[in-house]
Write a protein that binds this ligand. Structure first.
Ligand code: AMP
Length: 214
């Protein structure tokens, strides 16, 4: 199965992608995670990407397309994948279609996760990441903890620069202007499944699987 998880930042794409990846046994490919890894390793374009990400803007299509080409060319993507955070522009969506033809892969299904803006801002504001392993938690999940439950790092929780309120607003603006048109691109061409993103992660996941199995 080839899936694109589509939706505004903070709508729960990452959480859903992880659950689906383990249930369907196909890789979760998050372009945000790939970029953050390059930032951590301070590669040449990792440094450039960091500034752009901290401002809540989009990294250039050229860089993103080349990242996704490399990633989808790896053997573990052959039997399917879940894209999280890509494509974010129409140019990226077109490039993905061309790449799928080159790789002899069928078209993708798009899962559009929907939630209202207030809910999204609240969720992003109350997210904390571990600076060692990158795993995301809610404030409630880590309230009593001084060690990361995923990797054991001590005092490692922080609010990502791109989860701060003014950057969130910028990310939402860019989502509306540059990324929402991607949805129409897919509506006009293929299968888009709309999913209500309000609810706990199990409920949202159940409704995704129910729709995919129809
Ligand atoms: P995410 O974790 O998916 O919210 O991505 C974090 C940041 O990485 C975004 O705000 C962008 O700056 C950058 N980014 C991730 N994926 C893309 C993409 N497909 N196109 C452009 N920028 C991206």
């Amino acid at each position: 199965m080839r899936l694109i998880l589509f939706g505004a930042p903070g709508v729960g794409k990452g959480t859903q992608a992880k659950i689906l990846s383990s249930k369907l046994n196909i890789p979760h490919i998050s372009t945000g995670d790939i970029l953050r890894e390059s930032v951590k390793n301070q590669t040449e374009w990792g440094k450039k990407a960091q500034e752009i990400m901290n401002r809540g803007e989009l990294v250039s299509d050229d860089i993103m397309i080349s990242i996704i080409k490399t990633r989808l060319g790896k053997p573990d993507s052959k039997n399917g994948f879940i894209l999280d955070g890509f494509p974010r522009t129409e140019v990226q969506a077109q490039a993905l279609d061309e790449l799928l033809v080159e790789l002899n892969m069928n078209k993708v299904s798009v899962v559009n996760i929907v939630a209202d803006e207030k809910e999204i801002i609240n969720r992003l504001n109350s997210r904390r990441a571990c600076k060692e392993c990158g795993k995301i938690f809610t404030i409630d999940q880590i309230a009593e903890l001084d060690k990361c439950p995923n990797c054991g790092a001590e005092n490692s929780f922080y609010l990502r620069d791109d989860d701060k309120t003014d950057v969130i607003k910028k990310r939402l603006e860019i989502f509306k202007s540059s990324t929402l048109p991607v949805l129409n691109y897919y509506k006009n061409r293929g299968r888009v499944i709309a999913i209500n993103g309000i609810g706990n992660s199990k409920e949202v996941n159940d409704s995704i699987l129910l729709e995919l199995n129809k």
